[in-house]
Design a protein around this ligand. Structure first.
Ligand code: PLP
Length: 378
């Protein structure tokens, strides 16, 4: 990749901000201590750094530092959160458009006796709070609904759902991996009890994430040995990763509002131009979306081939990052009522911190040229 394609797949992962890398570097060499070493300065220095990162991350989501548990990423946080909830038998309400990390964990828990209702969304991907309320039964112990969808950017009515869970005295678990650091997320305002998120979606390094927990005593460790992280997640802390995650969170807290404005202007320009120039194109997902995301149905029979033909110039994806060898048609778009033929025409554009206006101009040129002339622009 000497000549790098324009990257428009920020929902799959984000590059580390150079300021994040700079903050991390001393923790590989100079400050390499183990934060669990209580008897010397190397340990104290690492402990202080972990504490600071915990504060920075807590501040971004309106939590207290003691409510943040470090993990290896959102998938682990989701497992820890949902398996803790399901330690009690009962019923959980979730949604068909959740990320596979949630759906697969719930499917596993169903084999252990948990019962799950998977709610539908409407054709815009929106979930109604009334549908959540109507699904509550005397056995319901929790609602597991994501903050914003990774494929469409659709934002769920999280505050309203949080209110419903409060009224019924059930737990609210939220996969906020795409929302934290992009839009304002506040666990108090939104009445969230457990929330999973990840460093590598907000310009921090991969392999580190967090679980917010309102009350630590509601959690049950899934990994034992050494009592790190309040005994809830044993194992020596990934210090460079945690320092980077903290720095990334601090940068987001300062910059995300302005960044959201800049990116939504670029996104809207992209969306409108594509809809105008490509007859038959349409948007998947309603109006309440993350500022940097648009999922478009393009007038091309096969998005996979289109993206492959443009791969020297553009890095885009059809939906969520492909996890296995075979990419299944998007379960999110299918849940929104699209048929297979439509799903194969969908392309997700996710912009980010390093996306320029020039990048968007070029991306529009490449896509429209490929579709209207049937070949990549020279
Ligand atoms: C990326 C993502 C995950 C998984 O995060 P990892 O840190 O890669 O495990 C979970 N949920 C959503 C919505 C995501 O976008």
């Amino acid at each position: 990749m000497d000549h790098q394609p324009i990257y428009l797949d920020y929902n799959a992962t984000t590059p580390c901000d150079p300021r994040v890398v700079e903050a991390m570097l001393p923790y590989f060499t100079q400050y390499f201590g183990n934060p669990a070493s209580a008897d010397h300065q190397y340990g104290w220095k690492a402990k202080d750094a972990a504490d600071e990162a915990r504060e920075q991350i807590a501040a971004l989501i309106g939590a207290a530092a003691g409510q943040v548990i470090f993990t290896s990423g959102a998938t682990e946080s989701i497992n820890l959160g949902l398996k803790s909830i399901a330690a009690k038998a009962g019923h959980i309400i979730s949604c068909k458009t959740e990320h596979k990390a949630v759906l697969d964990t719930l499917a596993y828990l169903e084999t252990k006796g948990l019962s799950v209702t998977y709610l539908d969304t409407n054709e815009s991907g929106a979930l109604s709070p009334a549908a959540v309320e109507a699904a509550v039964t005397p056995d319901t112990i929790a609602v597991a609904i994501m903050y914003a969808n990774n494929e469409t950017g659709v934002i769920h009515p999280v505050k309203e759902i949080g209110n419903i869970t409060r009224q019924h005295n059930i737990a609210f678990f939220c996969d906020a991996t795409q929302a934290v650091g992009k839009i304002n997320v506040d666990v108090e305002r939104d009445n969230i009890d457990l929330m999973a998120f990840s460093s590598h979606k907000l310009y921090g390094p991969k392999g580190v994430g967090a679980l917010y927990t309102r009350q630590r005593r509601t959690l049950f460790a899934q990994q034992h040995g050494g009592s790190h992280e309040f005994g809830l997640r044993s194992g020596t802390l990934n210090m460079p990763g945690i320092v980077g995650f903290g720095k990334a969170a601090a940068i987001c807290a300062l910059e995300m509002q302005q960044e959201a404005q800049r990116l939504s202007a670029l996104r809207d320009q992209l969306e409108q131009t594509m809809l105008q120039q490509l007859p038959g194109a349409s948007v998947n997902g309603g109006h309440n979306r993350l500022p940097h995301v648009t999922n478009l149905l393009l007038p091309h029979p096969n998005a996979e081939q289109l993206l492959l033909s443009l791969s020297a110039h553009l890095a885009l994806s059809r939906g969520s990052a492909c996890s296995g060898l075979v990419q299944q048609p998007s379960h999110v778009l299918k849940a929104m009522g699209l048929n297979d033929e439509q799903v194969y025409r969908a392309v997700r554009f996710s912009l980010g911190r390093f996306t320029s206006g020039n990048d968007i101009d070029k991306a529009m040129m490449y896509i429209t040229h490929a579709i209207l002339h049937g070949e990549p622009a020279g």
